[in-house]
Design a protein around this ligand. Structure first.
Ligand code: THU
Length: 134
């Protein structure tokens, strides 16, 4: 993948994180999902007073992409305040991403510096997803 596209997606994930609706946790997350076709879809976490209805940034980015007709994904970027340690996608997001992109590279970006904190893959983080077909 072109490094300009990755840098552009990182910039977008930082920008969307500023639109986080997180009055309960005060924890802002931004996500940018690069598709195989070269498009970028973003998401931020949207919390709810019921707590349980909260949706993570990553799933919002994925659902937005799928809603636009995208089915093939290149890279997921997650941006959060990583005070010395990487913030990984939650288990629910890993399961949801495993449906569409079980081996997608996952890039964790430190929101304070804008720099990449860690690069990994979905199957490293989540090797045994639930599947109706397994
Ligand atoms: N959150 C995300 O958006 N993505 C993650 O991978 C982990 C958690 C959000 C959900 C909630 O709004 C806040 O972070 C604290 O859990």
């Amino acid at each position: 993948m072109k490094s300009e596209l990755l840098q552009h997606a990182i910039t977008q994930s930082l920008a969307v994180r500023n639109r986080s609706y997180s009055p309960y946790s005060q924890f802002k997350v931004g996500a940018a999902l690069i598709t195989k076709s070269g498009n970028i879809f973003v998401g931020t976490n949207v919390e709810n007073g019921s707590y349980g209805a909260t949706v993570c940034a990553e799933r919002i980015a994925l659902f937005s992409a799928v809603s636009a007709g995208e089915r093939e994904f290149e890279t997921l970027i997650v941006t959060a305040d990583m005070d010395g340690k990487a913030v990984y996608p939650c288990g629910l997001c890993l399961q949801v991403f495993s449906e569409f992109a079980p081996q997608i590279p996952v890039v964790l970006v430190n929101a304070s510096t804008g720099k990449i904190e860690k690069e990994t893959t979905l199957d490293t983080l989540f090797p045994h997803q639930f599947s109706l077909n397994s």
